[in-house]
Design a protein around this ligand. Structure first.
Ligand SMILES: [Zn+2]
Length: 297
C-alpha cells in the first residue's frame, strides 16, 4: 500500500490492475487430473498446474531437473490409495515418474533421506499457504479500491495467457505487466528496479536471557548522526571519480558497498547523500543472458 501511494504521487496512474491469486482450495483438493490434461492450453487448465509449478519451484521434485516437461505426480501412488488432492501432488520429470511408478515415496527415496524429509515438509505446507493467501487477497483488493482510481482484478491464468500471447519469457516483472492487460504487451525496459522491504534495524535495546533479565547493556548501533546503514551515497574517490553505493556500517569511517565493485571504507568527508535509508533496499536486478536473448528475438 505504501508503494501504491508513492507511485500515485509520482506518476499519472489511471487504473490499478490487481492479480487476485486464486487458490480454490475446494478445487485443488479435488481436481480431476484427466480433465486438466485435456484442457491444456485453455484458461482453466492452467490453474492447478500453475499452482503446482509455483509451489514446487518449477523443477522435478526428485532430481531437480529444470526446463524439462514436468508431469503431475502422485506422492502416494494411486494404486496404494493416494488421492488426487493438491497436497498429494507434486511435479516430476518423465524419467523419475517412470522410475518411481508404483513405489511409495519412502521406498523410492530410501537412499536420499534429506530429500524425502524436504518433500514431506513441503507437502504439509501446501494448504497452509493457500489458506493464508486466500484470507489476505480480498482485503488487499478492497484497500486498493479506496484510492479513488479504478481498480481491476485479473486472475493468474489470464496473466499467463497474455504473457504467452505477447511472446514474453516468464519473470516476475513481465508478469506484473501482463496482469489484466487488454492487448499484447510490448517491453520498453529490461531493467526493473527491485525494492525489498528491509526494516529499520532493531528496536530492541538490550538482549535478554530467557527470564527477561538484560544480558548486555545498551549499545547504540548508529553512532554517527549524519549517516546510517542503508543510506545510498555518492563517494568521491582520490582519483577524482565517484561511485554510488550503499552504507553498510557507519562508524568513524564509512563501510561502503558500491553497486559495482568491492566493499571498501571511506572517510565520511568526501560523500554526498543520494537517498536516505527508508527501510527499503533498492537494486537493479541483473537479468540473465538467456532471458535477454529471448527478449531480443
Ligand atoms: Zn526427475
Amino acid at each position: 500500500m505504501t508503494w501504491v501511494k508513492r507511485i500515485i504521487k509520482l506518476a499519472p496512474i489511471k487504473s490499478i490492475a490487481f492479480e487476485r491469486v486464486k487458490f480454490d482450495i475446494q478445487k485443488l483438493e479435488n481436481p480431476s487430473i484427466e480433465g486438466i490434461e485435456y484442457q491444456q492450453g485453455t484458461l482453466q487448465g492452467y490453474t492447478l498446474r500453475e499452482a503446482l509449478l509455483e509451489h514446487w519451484g518449477r523443477k522435478c521434485a526428485y532430481c531437480d531437473a529444470v526446463n524439462v516437461p514436468l508431469e503431475i505426480e502422485h506422492i502416494r501412488p494411486k494404486s496404494q490409495g493416494g488421492s488426487d488432492r493438491f497436497n498429494n501432488l507434486t511435479l516430476s520429470c518423465q524419467r523419475c515418474n517412470q522410475n518411481k511408478s508404483n513405489q511409495s515415496i519412502d521406498e523410492f527415496l530410501k537412499n536420499d533421506p534429506v530429500r524425502l524429509d524436504n518433500i514431506k515438509r513441503h507437502q504439509k505446507q501446501s494448504l497452509r499457504d493457500a489458506a493464508a493467501v486466500n484470507s489476505t487477497r480480498n482485503k488487499l483488493f478492497d484497500s486498493l479500491k479506496s484510492f479513488n482510481i479504478p481498480a481491476y482484478c485479473g486472475s493468474g491464468a489470464y496473466t499467463k495467457m497474455m504473457r504467452i500471447k505477447s511472446n514474453l519469457p516468464k519473470t516476475h516483472f513481465i508478469d506484473a505487466g501482463c496482469v489484466n492487460a487488454l492487448q499484447e504487451v510490448t517491453l520498453k525496459t529490461i531493467q526493473p528496479l527491485r525494492v525489498k522491504c528491509n526494516g529499520h534495524g532493531n528496536r530492541q535495546f538490550v538482549t535478554m536471557d530467557k527470564h527477561g533479565f538484560p544480558r548486555s547493556c545498551y549499545a547504540p548501533k548508529h553512532v554517527r548522526k549524519d549517516w546510517k546503514a542503508g543510506d545510498i551515497i555518492k563517494v568521491k574517490k582520490k582519483d577524482g571519480t565517484s561511485v554510488l553505493g550503499r552504507v553498510k556500517k557507519a562508524a568513524k569511517t564509512l563501510i561502503f558497498i558500491p553497486f559495482r565493485g568491492k566493499e571498501t571504507s571511506f572517510s565520511p568527508k568526501n560523500t554526498k547523500p543520494i537517498h536516505r535509508s527508508d527501510g527499503y533496499r533498492y537494486s537493479f536486478t541483473t537479468i540473465d543472458s538467456e532471458l535477454l536473448q529471448k527478449i531480443a528475438t
